[in-house]
Design a protein around this ligand. Structure first.
Ligand code: HEM
Length: 405
């Protein structure tokens, strides 16, 4: 039990006004000082999120981990009494992994889990190696300068997701343009991107009915047609979730992982001389710079107490994974990278029923990318300090990472 879990119900005060503007440019550039402050001030804070909605932000590791698995924190918007509606989603995206709870969610998860078996992911390893080699060849052929986001971190996951779903080569440009719109910061474009993507996925489903292959969309169709297990909308939602779940996250981890190593020459040298430590390094980098900084919002299905703070039923609750990874109650010297850290139970892939189904794939893509990158470019260095992060509350993501080599 931690200090937080032992606190008596209802006693911890909320130390600041919800109207305070906490999530500004400084936060996007470096969220950790704010988390440090909030964690010390209290375990849960009523704050105004960047989109203007009011949420309870939970900051301490033990509470975040517990909250991720707590069935009383539901995803379904019907529990929301805070008035937040978010980006208007097309009807076909109303029921998907992100917006359902057990038992409906369990049914959807069993299908996606079947698609993400360890064997299937391992079978993608040679493809990941091949794609990374090709991207690094292109980079090496340039003038000794590159943006690691556009050269490696973005094209790798999108290529692998397209392979996984079975998107034909000729359609990948279109797929990519919709993806970029969806994950962008313009709400209008994002909503349009969602509508376009739904139409696109429906077209792909129709195509795979006439031209089946051994990729995931065909697998989902077969699961549906044999057992009547998935509706058309559920299939669209599944494709959509894989895309949203697997793109920004992996992009973010490859780029911020590379940056963290570039900023810490000792750890970079350690990995160069001990490449076998890469597996441990990826876990530590996930703790250190969680791509999903703040988990998808949940809603309290009843009055509950988190870390001693009363949360009324219907409240929106955001569990801060980024803050949990830097909690000194859980990790010694959390602002330091340590590949031999004993405490490795990070929650950067979530915890509980929504635990990331793509965790093994994400880990593999990040490990292969970083391993090959540092082996191939011994002189790799940041080109300048003008780094920009996309303004976002859920994802922490570099817009560019200029390097020389
Ligand atoms: C380093 C890479 C990745 C990270 C850090 C990551 C992180 C996460 C986290 C934290 C969640 C849970 C969010 C919550 O509970 O609020 C999640 C869910 C999910 N992720 Fe990942 N992810 C990564 C890669 C991937 C990949 C490669 C895929 C698929 C190709 C994927 C697909 C999904 C899906 C479909 C969900 C929703 C699961 C559900 O709600 O049941 N992720 N991911």
């Amino acid at each position: 039990m931690t200090e937080t879990a032992q606190a008596p119900a209802g006693r911890c005060p909320v130390a600041h006004q919800p109207t305070e503007q906490l999530f500004d440019e400084g936060y996007f550039a470096n969220p950790y000082p704010l988390y440090d402050r909030l964690r010390e001030e209290g375990p849960a804070h009523k704050v105004t999120a960047p989109d203007g909605s009011t949420v309870w932000l939970v900051t301490r590791y033990a509470d975040v981990r517990q909250g991720l698995a707590d069935q009383r924190l539901a995803r379904h918007p019907k529990y929301n009494r805070d008035g937040y509606t978010g980006i208007p989603l097309p009807d076909d995206l109303r029921v998907m992994l992100a917006t359902t709870d057990p038992p409906h969610h369990t049914r959807l998860r069993s299908l996606i889990n079947a698609a993400f078996t360890r064997r299937r992911i391992e079978s993608l390893r040679s493809r990941v190696n091949e794609v990374v080699d090709g991207l690094l060849d292109d980079m090496a052929a340039g003038d000794g300068r590159a943006d690691l986001v556009t050269a490696l971190a973005a094209p790798l996951p999108i290529t692998i997701i397209c392979d996984l779903l079975g998107i034909p080569e000729t359609e990948r440009g279109t797929f990519r343009s919709y993806t970029d719109a969806i994950v962008g910061t313009d709400a209008e474009r994002s909503a349009q991107g969602c509508r376009d993507m739904v139409a696109f996925l429906k077209r792909m489903i129709a195509l795979k009915r006439t031209e089946p292959d051994d990729a995931l969309i065909t697998g989902l169709i077969e699961a549906r047609d044999q057992d009547d297990r998935l509706t058309e909308s559920e299939m669209v939602g599944m494709g959509f979730m894989i895309l949203i779940g697997g793109y920004d996250t992996t992009l973010s981890m490859i780029s911020s992982g590379a940056l963290a190593l570039l900023r810490d020459p000792d750890r970079m040298a350690e990995l160069r001389s001990h490449p076998e430590r890469m597996t441990a390094a990826v876990e530590e980098l996930l703790r250190f710079e969680a791509p999903v900084q703040n988990a998808i919002r949940r809603f309290a299905t009843e009055d509950l107490v988190i870390g001693g703070v009363d949360i009324p039923a219907g409240s929106a609750v955001v569990l801060s994974i980024g803050s949990a990874g830097r909690d000194p109650r859980q990790y010694e010297c959390p602002a330091q990278l340590d590949f031999e850290r004993q405490e490795t139970t990070h929650v950067s892939f979530g915890f509980g029923p929504h635990f990331c189904p793509g965790a093994q794939l994400g880990r593999m893509e990040v490990a292969v990318s970083l391993q090959k990158l540092i082996a191939r470019f011994p002189e790799l260095a940041p080109a300048d300090d003008s780094l920009r992060y996309r303004p976002g509350f859920t994802f922490r993501e570099l817009s560019t990472l200029p390097v020389t080599f």
